[in-house]
Design a protein around this ligand. Structure first.
Ligand code: GAR
Length: 210
């Protein structure tokens, strides 16, 4: 069984989707052993506590820069012997020391179809504001490995979601979560934990066993 550590900063609905998948026996090959939050007030911490999962709080504000913060996160991850790190609404950009230490072992969920609406400044509700501003008719979510290029790592899974007339950023965000993020994130975590993902030349390949 792989040790899954989930990094959060906010509401934690993606964490909830992972914990729900685990309780249904649908998180194959791994267990969520720890939740680490950059924000002491994140509701995600309450969700973890309700599920009896140990938590670590490392407030971003307590560190002078991303390098110092990433070092503290790296130490925390080593102390809990993480095999897989899942960024589930984690709003801090981690520096290269951490990314290199966990190469192809960090996955992120992004609320758009990468390479659209991604990169610096595209996070949370802003992503959906930009999609509505552009008038796209399809958006969705992407789960990918994390590299030093923001939102640029190998894509594991994507799912498209329709944009509807009258959508607000909040309505669209909720639909993308329900129809895409909460489904593809637990599935990508399972594929990783079952050793069914391979990265070759910057692309991720899924081993379809059945
Ligand atoms: C989710 O939509 C996630 O995809 C997004 O923030 C939200 C967090 O919600 N992440 C990013 O934008 C990262 N670039 P949650 O805390 O309820 O899971």
């Amino acid at each position: 069984m792989k040790n899954i550590v989930v990094l959060v900063s906010g509401g934690g609905t993606n964490l909830q989707a992972l914990m729900d998948a685990q309780s249904r026996g649908e998180l194959r090959g791994g267990r969520i052993t720890c939740v680490l939050s950059s924000n002491p007030d994140a509701y995600a911490l309450t969700r973890a506590a309700n599920a009896g999962i140990p938590t670590i709080v490392l407030p971003r504000k307590a560190y002078p820069d991303n390098a110092a913060y990433s070092k503290a996160v790296l130490e925390a991850l080593a102390s809990v012997q993480a095999d897989l790190i899942v960024l589930a609404g984690f709003m801090i950009i981690l520096d290269k020391s951490l990314i290199q230490a966990y190469k192809n072992r960090i996955i992120n969920v992004h609320p758009a179809l990468i390479p659209s609406f991604c990169g610096d400044g595209f996070y949370g509700l802003h992503v959906h504001e930009k999609a509505l501003e552009k008038g796209v008719k399809l958006t969705g979510a992407t789960v990918h490995f994390v590299t030093e290029v923001c939102d640029g790592g190998p894509i594991i899974l994507q799912k498209a979601v329709a944009v509807e007339n009258g959508d607000t950023p909040e309505i669209l965000q909720r639909r993308v979560m329900e129809q895409a993020e909460w489904k593809i994130l637990p599935e990508a975590v399972s594929l990783f934990c079952e050793d069914r993902l391979t990265v070759i030349d910057g692309r991720a390949y899924i081993d379809y066993k059945e």
